[in-house]
Design a protein around this ligand. Structure first.
Ligand SMILES: Nc1ncnc2c1ncn2[C@@H]1O[C@H](COP(=O)(O)OP(=O)(O)OP(=O)(O)O)[C@@H](O)[C@H]1O
Length: 349
């Protein structure tokens, strides 16, 4: 079972902040100007109020992913500000491990993100298939995540939804971050409760205000889950999970690598002032940890490292690495919403 991101309206302490910077890097190329230039193929992802479809550019035959969000659902679930942030942040970032945004569109019913198509499937699927990863495999992905998060944090962007469901594999087996729906530009702290229960840092649950440290916490959860095959704090219901996170009791399976264990403990420090990654040395402290001894980050970023899993990609538009969704049950487009409301709320999209 894939884990849905929480925080859609249940928790209302929203800090909107003053982070409406203009999208400096975002110029839409000619070929991406019109949505009717694309043929919509199968659904490859479905979230709380979005559907992601594989699409083909009719003229060039190139494949892309189109994320479709219903405006009415974005309003109902109080996600308008998050969607605007998602566009603003995705249009500003440019990193090999972050999915590339080509263009955005809107009509009377929906908002659309056109991004590169990443054909290798979710890290989640590969992890569940393998049950658990070897130390080396986990290190390859963790190293990639450290680089991407370091890049984001240097730009004061917190990702806030790190989990294997939001990490995709490209055809070379390298990671791509997707879903910036909860990411936020914050030089200081922010107060919104969002994320996925198993990956929430204690300071988010306690509404203490949180910053970049939450991504390093989530990395600790992810390294644990990759090596153990299950997350460190687990319960049938979210409140049970929150209790376990706050109790901060870690039980490592036998054979868990000692250095990985030490790193996970340092990332899962309940006190964010003592959490590795969140200290003066930043991400460099994590790169220097014993678990990464001998690991070559420059090879990794240059795509010279051998990826541990090479996904089977039969052709450019092959979607078999993604779950199959019924196309008929749920119309991906929403109802037309009042034009004045639409203009007011979605002007910046
Ligand atoms: N660029 C892409 N290439 C291939 N698949 C993608 C791409 N973007 C998204 N997907 C697929 O669609 C799924 C949902 O996308 P995304 O997480 O952006 O939507 P969401 O509605 O915000 O999801 P959630 O509610 O779970 O947070 C992803 O987990 C992935 O399986």
């Amino acid at each position: 079972m894939k884990r849905q991101t929480a925080g859609s309206g249940i928790f209302s302490k929203v800090n909107l902040g003053n982070d409406r910077e203009s999208a400096v890097n975002f110029a839409v190329a000619e070929e991406f100007r019109d949505l009717s230039d694309f043929e919509q193929l199968e659904t490859i992802g479905s979230g709380t109020f979005a559907r992601v479809k594989l699409v083909r550019h009719k003229k060039t035959n190139a494949f892309y992913a189109l994320k479709i969000l219903k405006k009415n659902e974005a309003i109902r679930l109080k996600q308008v500000e998050h969607v605007l942030c998602e566009k603003q942040i995705l249009s500003q970032v440019d990193h090999p491990y972050i999915v590339k945004l080509h263009s955005t569109y809107k009509d009377t019913r929906n908002l659309y993100f056109l991004t590169e198509y990443v054909p290798g499937g979710e890290l989640f699927t590969h992890l569940r298939k393998a049950t658990k990863f070897s130390n080396e495999t986990a290190r390859f992905y963790a190293g990639s995540i450290v680089l991407a998060i370091q890049y984001l944090h240097a730009r004061d962007i917190i990702f806030r939804d790190l989990k294997p469901e939001n990490l995709l594999l490209d055809s070379r087996g390298y990671l791509k971050f997707t879903d910036f729906g909860f990411s936020k530009k914050v030089p200081e702290s922010t107060w919104t409760l969002c994320g996925t229960p198993e990956y929430l840092a204690p300071e988010i649950i306690q509404s203490k205000g949180h910053g970049k440290g939450v991504d390093w916490w989530a990395l600790g959860v992810l390294i644990f889950e990759m090596i153990a095959g299950f997350p460190p704090f687990y319960d049938e219901n979210p409140f049970g999970i929150y209790q376990k996170i706050l109790a901060n009791k870690l039980e490592f399976p036998r054979n868990f690598d000692v250095h990985a264990k030490d790193l996970v403990k340092k990332l899962l420090s309940a006190d964010r002032m003592k959490r590795l990654g969140n200290l003066k040395g930043g991400a460099e402290d994590i790169k220097k940890h014993r678990w990464f001894k001998g690991f070559d980050f420059s090879e990794l970023i240059a795509y010279k490292a051998v990826a541990p899993i090479l996904p089977e990609v039969r052709s450019d538009g092959d979607a078999h690495n993604y779950e199959k969704y019924s196309e008929s049950v749920d119309d991906p487009t929403g109802p037309v919403i009042d034009p004045a409301t639409s203009e007011k709320l979605f002007r910046d999209f």
